[in-house]
Ligand binder design. Sequence first.
Ligand code: ADP
Ligand code: MG
Length: 397
Amino acid sequence: MNYNKKTVKDIDVKGKKVLLRCDFNVPQDKDTLAITDDKRIRAALPTIQYLLDQGAAVIACSHLGKPKNGPEDKFSLAPVAARLSELLGRDVVMAKDVVGEDAKAKAAALQPGQILLLENTRFEKGETKNDPELAKAMASMAQVYVSDAFGAVHRAHASTAGVAAYLPAVSGFLIEKELEIMGGALADPKRPLVAILGGSKVSSKIGVINHLLDIADTIIIGGGMAYTFAKAQGGSVGKSLLESDWLDYCNDMLAKAREKGVALLLPEDTQCASEFSADAVPVLHGARSIPDDMMGMDIGPKTIAAYTAAVKGAGTVIWNGPMGVFEFPSFAEGTRAVAKALAETDAITIIGGGDSAAAVAQLGFADKMTHISTGGGASLEFLEGKELPGVACLLDQ
Ligand code: ADP
Ligand code: MG
């Protein structure tokens, strides 16, 4: 996959109407619909501001939630328009539809330096089907397409990929940074490349493990998935998270690592609990000798020492998946130690995955990382080496 794509800096937008796909899929209060975290709106500001400063008229669009049956008030982007207007300190015109009369009229009247927000793209059934008619209708309102919705690039939808067939398509600054740092680390990493993989399930990370085994020098396994590996090696894992269907896969990956000369590190010791509870008292056991009535909740001190040592020597670290149940303070130690090691290294450090990003932020290390990917599902598919339709559709450099 080619990550070298044209950006807003490579195209003249002065006096033009720019269709800008943002990721405004923000969390909202169920009852009041108030935006509970405006991080995604803030993240879009640099590209919006740049386009407005260049004299473009910006027609922004996004999906929000999962409306299934056309327009529904609770999925309206109106709260986003209000917040965006506050953050930009200027009016944001809100359209009542996506490609209907209102959107078309407002887009036609839009002047350079002004911004219009279309309604939720998923109010149109054709959005998730990547319907060419919808893509064409969206494209017809603008002369340039800019995508900055990294969180949605793994989806081939009308507004994330389809429109690029009808307009010159470039990336905004968010996608540019994702491609430069994450793409750079995958395509031509500063070595050694250490990948740290954790989280809950092997089954949700099979593609990631498999792909990273092709490119990493060291792979570190932690979190809930480590117990399926431990079991595959003949260990006892008690009541730990176990995916019995994936034992053969784990053995295949261990064999692939040996074949490729990739160091694959598994936990030596593990902090256990008698029940899945925040109040449980950690008890240390060997990672392959967990008693029947106990479950592994976090990596232990020997494992922490080995993993942080591996991070110290790295040129690049890619981290996806917490080392333990970090949501419970008693079992956040492994995740904290690894986050601290990443914060202290000079290596390029990249965090991918929604819960991993949340863990790093919660533990206070967010500003110490080179890059925290803004897409959950998109960054996973990126790590799997899959082609991302919302990136592939952009013009090559
Ligand atoms: P990401 O969103 O970063 O890709 P995942 O969704 O794969 O990460 O996994 C995150 C979840 O994994 C966290 O909620 C965490 O509590 C859980 N987890 C980590 N270690 C364990 C464990 N030993 N047992 C059960 N759950 C675990
Ligand atoms: Mg997750």
